[in-house]
Design a protein around this ligand. Structure first.
Ligand SMILES: [Zn+2]
Length: 205
């Protein structure tokens, strides 16, 4: 899907249900992906207001603020995001934020363990098969089998850990209920799949 179509779709969802954090997050992320940083600030801020534990949202908001020359605010958001991601064990966004802060020449808050960007992963026993969860970056906890049939189910089994998959399930239910998605329709199924892909960060694998 081209950027503008994605943005349009997520904008509709965010407007239809302003209390849905994933709707706001997805809109913000689509805007960042399209280089529309100015516009992404509002939905990303809103996503964090709705769910202060959304670590990836801090990363995107920090980047957007920096791109729009709001450096002080960017650093503030990143520090908070790093601390939260560290507490939650969301290594991927945490290490990405640490790397950005270093690039900007800013101090990084103290972490519970070393960032895993280096060649030898620390923390958690590596599974030995090169698995790394696309969402949280954990090297273990791979799903035993695809959670459902089809290409997307296979992709999830390959790239998503058990913990992240379990986190998606109640979120997915919320998405269906709050947006009134009809899964028997192709449009409803497509929208649901898209939320799942965004949530599990499968768009970059
Ligand atoms: Zn995970």
């Amino acid at each position: 899907m081209v950027d503008e179509q994605r943005i349009q779709q997520f904008r509709q969802m965010a407007e239809a249900d302003p209390e849905n954090e994933l709707g706001q997050f997805s809109l913000g992320k689509a805007l960042v992906d399209a280089g529309q940083f100015d516009e992404s600030v509002t939905p990303l801020t809103r996503a964090i207001d709705l769910n202060s534990r959304m670590s990836k949202a801090y990363q995107l908001l920090g980047e957007a603020l920096r791109k729009t020359s709001q450096n002080e605010k960017a650093v503030e958001v990143m520090k908070k995001g790093i601390t939260i991601a560290d507490e939650l064990g969301d290594r991927m966004p945490r290490d990405a934020m640490v790397a950005l802060m270093k690039e900007w020449g800013e101090d990084v808050p103290e972490l519970s363990d070393k960032p895993t960007m280096s060649a030898s992963p620390t923390g958690g026993a590596p599974s030995g098969d090169g698995f790394q969860c696309a969402r949280c970056g954990r090297p273990n906890g791979r799903l035993a089998k695809p959670p459902f049939k089809g290409e997307l189910g296979g992709k999830i089994a390959e790239h998503v850990c058990d913990g992240c998959w379990r986190e998606w399930i109640p979120t997915g239910t919320k998405v269906i209920n709050e947006l009134g998605l009809v899964l028997s329709s192709q449009a409803g199924q497509d929208a649901y799949d898209q939320y799942m892909v965004e949530f599990l960060q499968l768009d970059r694998v």
